[in-house]
Design a protein around this ligand. Structure first.
Ligand code: FAD
Length: 496
């Protein structure tokens, strides 16, 4: 059953241990560091239940028969995948694409995992059953999940088991008939403050002998001993929401999470002491493809937003009619359309996997490789188009309230298109998208959320259709030979 925004807010008042600025946060729904972002997440739930949206945003749960969000749908056809994408894009448009880990991201990962349930069954029928039961429960209760699948950055040249502390990465300390006890950290739980549950897993490879880290399980965010070490809040640091409209509302936060001897019941343990299945969880199921396909849909929306901002900058400062500016905008429009085209290509080029219809995996990795490089380039293009107008702005909205400053603002903030207020309002939005600390964190996010470049490029290498490329090379090589050339007495084909 889908939940309402109010129910989501209520679910976050659960005693979770969030730490910020030297203290524990009592209530994330009211704390100035998080309350607006949390409210943004609640709006997603109200949106899906609206009569105008319910048909495409939700589908009938095969177990409860009630409507549940489409992000949990195990798609069986191209048409289902497309409707599911429309639901993901509609949610994403509510924030202009600025929520990276909205509930549909990890739900997509879970969908990909259960599509590959036989991978888990090979490891252990009990653990696979736990995953399947958990999936159905999360789907039918509209659970907002985050995940932590990377071990803390300490010494990357060493493997997980060789790190300076035995429990730097989350590992098993004990087990009994009820479950396991885990200790240690994971990075980087985006959205931890506003999620209900967190999935622990390993996307980085583990070696034989590192079994204690080779685990996957889910915890409620208020699990006893689960500590959420929040990064600095951009939401809290803004002067006003008018000055930083994105930071103030869409700062989903990121957190290092630490398990201080947390007890995990067996029904929440999906992989136990098995490095190969820990790898297979993402690489041999459709998890990695589905989670990052969702991410590319979200990025498509964000690029559409950003290219709109880029054009508006040029209109505002009166450069839009200049041929080199139009040329640059044309290039950026093409880059945006490329991201859109890759999403559509993933869908139309998709195929069957264990009876489900899934997006094309190589095009997904192609999109990842290209967009993690494209994003910072795109931001640089926007900066180049903007010049100093992004900085030449009143210090805050409060300047408008001072009559003397107000007059000066009107005398100095001129634009090619609108009033002084309109210019200031828009340019502050543009700065928050491309230059603020929030914007800078987003550049880091788009460059890394799916793995560093050497990782995504390795996936693209692994999944590309090299046979087709090799056949083309061979067919040309086979069309001429040394013997033929010598028979012709060395006369080239071109000369014949
Ligand atoms: C804003 C943000 C939000 C995130 N949110 C989440 C989240 O919600 N959940 C989650 O699990 N993770 C999250 N992450 C983590 C993300 O998945 C990782 O940042 C990413 O996988 C890269 O890992 P790393 O940061 O440890 O970088 P590293 O793997 O340490 O790489 C850093 C750099 O070191 C070099 N390098 C390292 N190893 C090698 C190598 N073997 N060969 C060549 N070069 C190498 C490369 O230059 C590389 O770019 C988030 C990250 C960011 C920035």
């Amino acid at each position: 059953m889908t939940k309402t925004g109010a129910e989501h807010l209520q679910s976050l008042r659960d005693g979770r241990e969030v730490y910020l600025d030297g203290g524990k946060v009592d209530d994330v729904t009211t704390h100035p560091a998080y309350r607006n972002a949390v409210r943004t997440s609640a709006k997603l739930y109200d949106f899906q239940a609206h009569p105008d949206h319910v048909e495409y945003m939700t589908f009938e749960s095969p177990t409860s028969g009630e409507r549940v969000n489409r992000c949990w749908q195990l798609t069986k056809s191209y048409e289902e995948l497309v409707v599911r994408r429309k639901a993901i894009a509609a949610w994403s448009r509510l924030s202009g694409g600025w929520l990276g880990r909205s509930p549909d991201h990890i739900a997509s990962s879970m969908v990909g995992q259960v599509m590959g349930l036989p991978v888990f069954e090979r490891h252990s029928p009990e653990r696979a059953a736990a995953l399947w039961e958990y999936f159905q429960w999360a789907r039918d209760n509209d659970v907002y999940m985050t995940y932590v699948i990377i071990n803390p950055q300490a010494e990357r040249a060493k493997s997980t088991g060789e790190q300076p502390a035995e429990y730097l990465a989350t590992g098993v300390v004990d087990e009994d008939s009820e479950g396991i006890t885990v200790r240690g950290a994971k990075m980087l739980g985006t959205g931890s403050i506003m999620a209900n549950e967190v999935l622990f897993a390993n996307i980085q490879p583990l070696k034989p002998g590192e079994e204690k880290y080779a685990i996957s399980f889910a915890l409620p965010m208020n699990a006893k001993g689960l500590k959420i070490m929040s990064r600095r809040s951009y939401e809290e640091s803004v002067t006003t929401a008018y000055d930083y409209p994105l930071s103030a509302r869409f700062d989903e936060n990121d957190a290092l999470v630490y398990c201080d001897d947390v007890k995990v019941p067996w029904e929440r343990v999906f992989i136990y002491r098995d490095p190969d299945t820990a790898r297979a969880q993402f690489q041999d199921t459709y998890a990695h493809y589905m989670q990052n396909y969702q991410a590319q849909i979200r990025l498509m929306v964000k690029m559409q937003f950003l290219v709109g901002v880029a054009r508006r900058i040029c209109e505002t400062i009166g450069t839009i009619g200049m041929p080199p500016v139009a040329e640059r905008l044309g290039h950026m429009a093409a880059q945006t359309a490329m991201v859109e085209g890759l999403v559509y290509g993933m869908e139309s080029g998709g195929g069957e996997y264990n009876g489900y219809y899934v997006p094309d995996r190589n095009l997904m990795y192609t999109a990842q490789v290209l967009t993690q490089q494209l994003y910072p380039e795109f931001i640089t293009s926007m900066r180049e188009l903007a010049g100093g107008g992004l900085i030449m702005l009143p210090s805050s909205a409060r300047d408008f309230a001072n009559p003397e400053l107000n007059a000066l603002i009107h005398a100095t903030q001129k634009s090619a298109t609108g009033s002084s207020e309109e210019k200031v309002k828009f340019m502050k939005l543009a700065w928050d998208a491309i230059g603020s600390e929030f914007a800078s964190r987003h550049a880091q996010y788009e460059m890394f959320y799916a793995g560093a470049q050497f990782v995504t490029r390795a996936h693209a290498f692994r999944t590309y259709d090299w046979d087709q490329a090799a056949q083309l090379v061979d067919s040309v090589l086979d069309s001429y030979s040394l013997e033929d050339e010598l028979d012709r007495g060395g006369a080239s084909l071109a000369a014949e």
